[in-house]
Ligand binder design. Structure first.
Ligand SMILES: C[S@@+](CC[C@H](N)C(=O)[O-])C[C@H]1O[C@@H](n2cnc3c(N)ncnc32)[C@H](O)[C@@H]1O
Length: 223
C-alpha cells in the first residue's frame, strides 16, 4: 500500500523548517489556547533557584519567561531551536525583556552543542524532536543524573473520545512532520528516565509526562 505524506515516516527536517517559516508570524496567537497546559507542565519541572533548564525546541520563546521565573536570576535557561524565524522572535523577546541569563542556540537539537550538564529539560509540543533518537539522546547526555524532564503535547485520544482526534489531527498536521508515535509520544524518553508520571487532559488528547534521569542510562535502556 502507498504511504500517505505523513504516515509511517520519521520527522523531516526540511519540511519542519518550511512549516515554521510559514507559521512563525502567527504562532503565538495560535498557541494562546494551549497556554494553561504550558503553565501546568512547567510546574511539573519543579525548578529550583540556580538551576539550569533546557527548553528543547523553544520556538518563539513562549516558555522562556516562566522557566526563568523558576530558576531565578542565578539560574540559566537555554533555548534550542532550529527554525531561524521562530528563533528571531525568541531573540527579540529576550532582548526586549533584558534577560541576561537566557541563552539561545539556533540549531537542530540532534547536533546542538550544549554546554555543561543541566538540571532539567522541557519538551513542550515538540513531537518531531521526541521522535528523533539522536535529538533525545543529545539532550539526555547533557542532563545530570536525577535531572527532571517534562514533555507535553498532543496525543491520539482513546477510542471512547474519537471525535477529539479530529482536533488532534488538525493540530498535528500543522505542527509536526510525522504522525508516528502519537499514541505514546513520550515512549523514547522512557528509555532514559525512571518511571514516568503521565497526566492526560482534554479527553486524552493532551499529555504531560514527567520523570527523572536515571544514573547510568545516558545511552538509553539496554534492551
Ligand atoms: C510546536 S513548536 C513548539 C515551540 C515551543 N516549545 C512552544 O512551546 O511554543 C515546535 C518547535 O520545534 C522546532 N523543532 C522541530 N524539530 C526540531 C529539531 N530537530 N531541532 C530543533 N528544533 C526543532 C520547530 O522549529 C518549532 O519551533
Amino acid at each position: 500500500m502507498t504511504k500517505t505524506r505523513n504516515e509511517h515516516r520519521g520527522p523531516d527536517r526540511e519540511a519542519a523548517l518550511a512549516q515554521y517559516r510559514q507559521r512563525a508570524a502567527v504562532y503565538d496567537l495560535e498557541l494562546a489556547l494551549f497556554e494553561p497546559i504550558r503553565r501546568l507542565a512547567i510546574t511539573r519541572l519543579g525548578l529550583q533557584p540556580g538551576d539550569t533548564v533546557l527548553d528543547v525546541g523553544s520556538g518563539t520563546g513562549l516558555s522562556l519567561g516562566l522557566l526563568r521565573e523558576g530558576v531565578g536570576g542565578a539560574g540559566r535557561v537555554v533555548g534550542i531551536e532550529q527554525s531561524p524565524p521562530m528563533m528571531e522572535q525568541a531573540s527579540e523577546r529576550v532582548r526586549q525583556s533584558g534577560w541576561n541569563n537566557v541563552a539561545l542556540s539556533c540549531s537542530p537539537v540532534e547536533s546542538a552543542r550544549i554546554a555543561g550538564q543541566a538540571d532539567a529539560a522541557f519538551f513542550h509540543f515538540t513531537h518531531d524532536i521526541l521522535l528523533h533518537p539522536e535529538a533525545v539522546s543529545n539532550v539526555v547526555r547533557h542532563l545530570k543524573p536525577g535531572a527532571r524532564v517534562v514533555a507535553s503535547g498532543l496525543k491520539w485520544a482513546p477510542a471512547w473520545a474519537m471525535p477529539a482526534n479530529l482536533f488532534v489531527a488538525a493540530a498535528a498536521l500543522r505542527s509536526v512532520t510525522s504522525l508516528e508515535g502519537l499514541r505514546e509520544p513520550w515512549s523514547q524518553l522512557g528509555n532514559y528516565l525512571g518511571p514516568l508520571d503521565v497526566t492526560l487532559l482534554w479527553l486524552g488528547s493532551i499529555y504531560i509526562a514527567s520523570g527523572t534521569v536515571v544514573a547510568g542510562r545516558a545511552h538509553g535502556r539496554t534492551r
